[in-house]
Design a protein. Structure first.
Lengths: 377, 348, 567
């Protein structure tokens, strides 16, 4: 079992038809410890898949170095690029990529035969690990999506590779199966302890599976940390948005404190350090928004002002109110169905507030993580 | 020499050398005039025959009609079963084909039979013509038709044909073609088909009077690019009558086609000139075939559609009943001139 | 981050390059080979023009009729294009509205492509020869038609246009029908819900949506029309109807052949052809043309048109059944005449045909060259498709894409002249050998092979290959064990399609054949030019039979789907 290291790896796709070039990897540094499962999290186009494919050798970076264990597998300075078949990796694909003309047994066994490894019992063992023992003689077309992906997993680990790459393996599964396979995958990693890189755009998967999570944006890592860290202390507004701080409110600095759209924000005392003149953006989760009867004094909370209810929809475990905050944009609040105002109707006027320790503030005008702090009193 | 085993170039080279040797042998004096049967046993000819058998086949590009091909091949294969002669009917563009074969060394014709009577004269200066040598060729020595390199394998005579479904009254003379009931219903060949056709039109002028062609043009004839389709057009009834038909149309008549055939007096006959090429892949088989075509048997087989140049051979008609082409000057300039005149008459 | 500052591990001793020399070398060989096959014939023609100079230009314009040949070419192209578009689009629109039980009739409009053109054109001639044509004889029995000639004269320009149009309509049909099947049905339903009648929905919604397909189909028809050779050559010669393509042929068939003049006459066709290929690349350069049709078979019209099969059946009757029937009658008759006499029917024409020297050879050469040409084109096409698809050498890939498509754009008669000229002189002298036919066929099939395989490869996606590579298999093993088996159907279909197209091939074959190296089409033409009609008909039937067998194999190999739709 080995670790993997990326040193200043870059890959720029030239812009087509007058569009600017796109950086899929922009001087990426990353160090994955042996046995660690690292999740690359980000929206499509952030470079996470390019990073994974570069680790696999399916993509050639423009510059930088990739070291797998103590073996350099890519080094632009030395024009060295080890092809995928010589990197001792396993890979699991979003599309499963099981070869339809081969049986499950042949699919799982392929990494062994291709590497000329004679390991009797390994195929059966891998199949057993993912509960596919009874599927060995079927063809992929005869399997359900969940079964196919479990076979895909078995194929990825059967040759006991140094590194397992997982490219959105759960995205093609429907919601229920996704949870099931995710749990199996987690347990598989716990039992086998392989070094893995897992690419996803789903924060739930990222948090559940990753030993560490790297949130990527435009070819760079925006934040790298444990799931707990990333979830509760996003380093930038971008990360915050990605881990569920979906609601935003722009605020500006006044002599006495802060205001939103000319209205002072009661209770918001401390805020970001830098660039006070440019103001800040508040970020919070929609289930942290408090909706109070109109005129209620948001005692101990940060009052966001009045809002008109635009719409109400029932989500099962919560009720979503779409709120038009006067001069402050639109917010969504998730209330427990039992909450007093959960029955508010469109057109009602309400007061909106939020607990000060549930708000993140980010200095505006910068995209990086330099000027954030928790907005606590 | 086992020609088939060699690569194409080598084969061509060997063939040329072989032909050159044959030419040398021929130049060094031939066997004294002797009866054909005896001559066949001369050592030289025996060698040719055995080499020809080893070559096994010969390819002929020919203007012969099907009945002539059949008759000739039946007679030839009966006598020389070891030599498989393959005849391919090539009328237009035969000169281009053999030139291409000469230049590229490609497999192709050993012997050519063509209605383009000037072709041997065009090829001779470059030394392309095989010297024709053999026991029967010997008999032709001194004939005005034989210069040692080419000879008229036969003369195909042209007659008149009419479709009996289309016209009630037989069309037996060239004058008949001017009948009012045939307006728009006669078929002719374009002069562009070849110099022989130009010569035929001049034969019409000579025998039918200077105004005849203008009168023929007024009949609104329909033009065909070559002789066989023209003939089939008459059989099919596409045209009612034609004045340029080879007597093999009578085979259609015999198989029930609604056609009649008449031979005018005088009739015009076109030589089918035969020669061998020096780059022949089967030079000895070619010599045997050419010699056979000069024999009385060969001449009889070929004279089905006309006249033989070999005295004593009975053709379809005696040679003094026909006018042998060319009846008019056949220099390129003269032909060009006539083409222009024809164009004014027949092309609007 | 942890362990950032540990010392970098020493690079392993083995240097492994992503682009091993052998791959680059292989690429160079492939590009050189394809470049030679595709470009050398055209370059040789240009050299011929340069050498011929002013004299060639003089010959090209000398003689009567260059002007009228240009006019005829334009009229033939536009006229047949118009007919083909109307027929093709109309039949395509009907073919997607067939009632249950009649869906099989959708295959009928493709049949004219399946029957060899030389064969069906002779069939048309037997039907519509002005006096002796069977169909004309029948038509004359219709009151008010009468007369002893006509009403149709197949040897005149208007009917040459019509016949060419019918032939081209099959191509338009295939493209437009495929386009219609891939249309989002929701859009049409939305239009009908919005109150448009089906007819108006077709005109107002469907046709505009199909514009890219229509433009593509029209472009292909335009190219085929410009290079149209078979119909004008067989039917136009008698009445002096000449187009640029037949003029090119005559320059090469003359003695001595004038390649410079042929090339000059062909240059407008060459330029237009190359321009269209480049235009198409520009328009469809991002390969969206190959997006896999997932919605195949999803087309279920809510409202089938009950009479829809009728025009399709009539088309098949007129375009295929009647010419074939005419061929059968003539082939069985001792001579061709308007009067059909069953009592005289005989098989003698067939026995006679096979005793004719070089006929059997021609059949064998056709079969051998078609199989060899298709297989070789398959290998080169597979390699080309691989290079084009993988973005590893983007510039080379773009170049290859244009290169392999050139034989589709440049008319076969121009290519044929180039082949004849190029392979009749050093360094590669192939004239008169079977090899020249194979090389010509291989070159002509490159676009078809590459397109079919590229389409299949794109539809296959990259994951199957990536999965094999990361599993430890090298490129060779990946192609042999994964890609080729997965593309089996496409490969089979492509080979069969090429086989059919090649057994049909007439134009280029006619230019490069020699006296003794012939294929079925050229032998048929020789018989047509100076043989007997019954033997022409017999030969045409033999040729049709062999290609029909090829089509059956094609259908079987591509899993019952229509291989033509793969284009």
């Amino acid at each position: 079992m080995t670790g993997v290291r990326l040193d200043a790896v870059s890959k720029i796709y030239p812009g087509r038809r007058g569009r600017p070039p796109v950086a899929a990897m922009d001087g990426l540094d990353l160090d994955i410890a042996p046995g660690e499962l690292l999740v690359l999290l980000g929206p499509s186009g952030c470079g996470k898949s390019t990073t994974l494919r570069s680790l696999a050798g399916l993509e050639t970076p423009d510059s930088g170095r990739i070291v797998q264990g103590d073996r350099v597998v890519f080094d632009s300075a030395q024009r060295l690029d080890v092809p995928p078949e010589r990197r001792n990796i396993g890979m699991v694909f979003q599309s499963y990529a099981l070869w339809p003309h081969k049986t499950v047994r042949a699919n799982i066994g392929y990494p062994l035969t291709a590497r000329k490894l004679r390991k009797p019992g390994w195929v059966e063992e891998a199949a057993a690990l993912v509960d596919c023992s009874e599927l060995l003689d079927r063809y992929p077309a005869q399997l359900s999506g969940g079964q196919q992906q479990r076979v895909g997993l078995a194929r990825g680990i059967v040759a006991r590779p140094d590194l397992v790459l997982l490219d959105e393996p759960l995205s093609n599964l429907d919601a229920r199966l996704r949870d099931q396979v995710r749990t199996q995958l987690h347990e598989l990693h716990r039992r086998l302890g392989f070094t893995g890189v897992y690419v996803t755009h789903d924060q739930v998967e990222a948090l559940a599976l990753g030993d560490r999570v790297a949130v990527m944006r435009a070819g760079r890592i925006e934040q790298l940390g444990t799931p707990e860290d990333v979830f509760s202390s996003p380093a930038t507004e971008y990360v915050a948005d990605f881990v569920g701080f979906t609601e935003r409110l722009d605020v500006t600095r006044t002599t006495g404190g802060w205001e939103a759209a000319g209205r002072p924000l009661v209770g918001l005392t401390t805020v970001c350090s830098g660039e006070p003149d440019k103001g800040a953006t508040l970020r919070f989760r929609n289930d942290d928004v408090r909706v109070l009867p109109r005129g209620t004094d948001p005692d101990g909370l940060v009052g966001l002002g009045y809002a008109t209810v635009l719409d109400r929809s029932f989500l099962g475990r919560s009720v979503e109110l779409t709120l038009d905050v006067v001069d402050g944009g639109v917010l969504r609040a998730h209330l427990a169905p039992g909450d007093g105002l959960a029955s508010a109707a469109a057109g009602d006027l309400v007061t909106v507030a939020i607990a000060a320790d549930r708000v993140l503030a980010f200095g505006r005008g910068r995209t990086s993580a330099s000027s954030t702090s928790r907005a606590a009193s | 020499m086992k020609l088939t085993r060699l690569p194409p170039r080598a084969r061509a080279a060997t063939a040329i050398v072989g032909a050159a040797v044959a030419l040398l042998v021929a130049a060094c004096g031939s066997a004294p005039a002797a009866p054909a049967n005896a001559a066949e046993t001369t050592p030289e000819w025996a060698q040719v025959l055995s080499d020809a058998s080893r070559e096994g086949s010969a390819v002929v590009y020919t203007s012969f009609r099907q009945n002539q091909q059949d008759a000739l091949l039946d007679a030839f294969h009966a006598k020389y079963p070891a030599i498989d002669v393959q005849m391919s009917r090539v009328v237009a563009g035969v000169a281009g084909k053999i030139q291409a074969e000469k230049q590229t060394g490609a497999a192709g014709a050993d012997v050519v039979v063509t209605t383009e009577a000037q072709l041997p004269d065009q090829l001779a200066p470059a030394g392309d013509l095989m010297t024709i040598e053999g026991p029967h060729a010997e008999q032709w020595k001194g004939s005005p038709h034989f210069d040692g390199k080419s000879f008229p394998a036969t003369f195909n005579v042209w007659g008149l044909t009419w479709n009996t479904d289309q016209v009630k009254q037989a069309v037996t003379t060239y004058r008949d073609l001017l009948r009012p009931d045939l307006v728009g219903r006669i078929g002719l060949l374009d002069v562009a088909t070849g110099p022989a056709v130009a010569d035929f039109y001049q034969f019409l002028e000579q025998t039918q009077g200077p105004d005849y062609l203008a009168a023929l043009a007024r009949q609104q004839p329909r033009f065909y690019p070559s002789a066989v389709p023209l003939q089939q057009a008459a059989v099919a009834g596409e045209v009612a009558a034609i004045g340029m038909v080879v007597p093999d149309v009578r085979e259609d008549e015999r198989s029930g086609a609604p056609v009649g055939f008449a031979l005018p007096d005088p009739a015009w006959a076109a030589p089918q000139v035969a020669f061998g090429v020096t780059w022949a892949k089967h030079p000895n088989a070619a010599r045997v075939l050419l010699d056979f075509m000069m024999s009385p048997e060969g001449q009889n087989a070929l004279a089905l559609n006309g006249v033989s140049a070999l005295p004593g051979t009975s053709g379809l008609v005696p040679i003094d009943k026909v006018r042998i082409s060319p009846v008019a000057p056949s220099t390129p300039d003269a032909i060009k001139q006539f083409d222009a005149r024809w164009g004014e008459l027949f092309r609007k | 981050m942890t362990a950032v500052d540990t010392a970098p591990p020493a690079p392993v001793a083995i240097r492994e390059r992503r682009r091993p020399r052998s791959a680059t070398l292989g690429l160079v060989v492939l590009v050189a080979l394809l470049g030679y096959l595709v470009l050398v014939p055209l370059i040789q023609l240009l050299v011929a023009v340069a050498e011929g100079g002013a004299a060639a230009a003089g010959n090209a314009v000398a003689g009567r009729g260059l002007g009228s040949a240009i006019v005829t070419t334009v009229v033939l192209t536009l006229g047949s294009l118009a007919i083909a578009m109307v027929l093709g689009v109309g039949m395509a629109a009907l073919s997607v509205r067939l009632p249950r039980g009649w869906r099989w009739t959708a295959v009928l409009p493709i049949l004219p492509v399946v029957a060899p053109a030389v064969a069906s054109v002779t069939g048309w001639a037997f039907l519509f020869s002005p006096r002796s044509g069977y169909a004309n004889a029948l038509l004359r029995m219709v009151p008010f038609v009468g007369g002893d000639s006509g009403p149709v004269d197949v040897y005149t320009a208007p009917w040459i246009v019509v016949i060419t149009g019918i032939t081209l309509s099959s191509f338009v049909y295939v493209f437009v029908r495929t386009g219609m099947l891939n249309l989002d049905r929701g859009l049409l339903e939305a239009a009908q819900v919005a109150g448009l009648s089906p007819g108006r929905a077709f005109l107002r919604i469907q046709l505009p949506l199909l514009r890219p397909v229509l433009v593509y189909a029209a472009g292909i028809s335009l190219l085929l029309g410009l290079g149209q050779f078979t119909v004008p050559l067989l039917l136009g010669t008698a009445s002096g109807v000449e187009v640029l393509a037949t003029r090119i042929y005559r320059f090469t068939a003359d003695t001595p052949a004038d390649y410079a003049a042929a090339a000059l006459v062909g240059s407008p066709l060459l330029v237009l052809g190359i321009a269209l290929v480049l235009l198409q690349r520009l328009a469809l350069g991002d390969q969206t043309r190959f997006v896999a049709h997932s919605g195949k078979g999803a087309w279920r019209t809510s409202r089938p048109v009950r009479w829809a099969p009728v025009p399709l059946l009539v088309f098949a009757l007129v375009a295929v059944v009647l010419p074939l029937a005419a061929l059968v009658v003539v082939a069985l008759s001792p001579f061709y005449s308007a009067r059909i006499q069953p009592s005289m029917f005989t098989l003698a024409n067939f026995t006679r045909l096979f005793r004719t020297p070089f006929v059997l050879d021609a059949v064998m050469t056709s079969l051998m060259a078609s199989i060899a040409g298709a297989l070789l084109a398959l290998v080169l096409g597979y390699l080309a498709a691989t290079v084009i698809h993988e973005r590893r050498w983007p510039r080379t890939a773009r170049m290859l894409d244009v290169l392999v498509n050139l034989p589709l754009g440049v008319p076969a008669v121009v290519y044929g002249a180039g082949f004849l000229y190029a392979y009749s002189r050093p360094p590669v002298v192939l004239y008169g050998t079977d090899a020249v036919i194979v090389v010509v066929y291989l070159t002509l099939m490159l676009p078809y092979a590459t397109r079919s395989l590229l389409g299949a490869r794109i539809a296959l996606g990259d994951d199957y290959l990536a999965a094999s590579r990361v599993a430890g298999a090298g490129p060779l093993r990946t192609h042999l064990q994964i890609v080729v088996p997965l593309m089996r159907a496409a490969i089979g279909g492509a080979v069969a399609l090429m086989f059919v197209l090649l057994t049909h091939e007439f134009t280029a074959s006619l230019l490069v054949r020699s006296g003794t190296t012939q294929v079925m089409g050229t032998k048929l033409f020789d018989l047509w030019s100076n043989g007997s009609y019954p033997q022409v008909a017999a030969m045409a039937l033999v040729m049709t039979g062999i290609t029909a067998a090829g089509v059956v194999v094609a259908m079987a190999a591509s899993g019952g789907s229509n291989p033509l739709e793969r284009l």
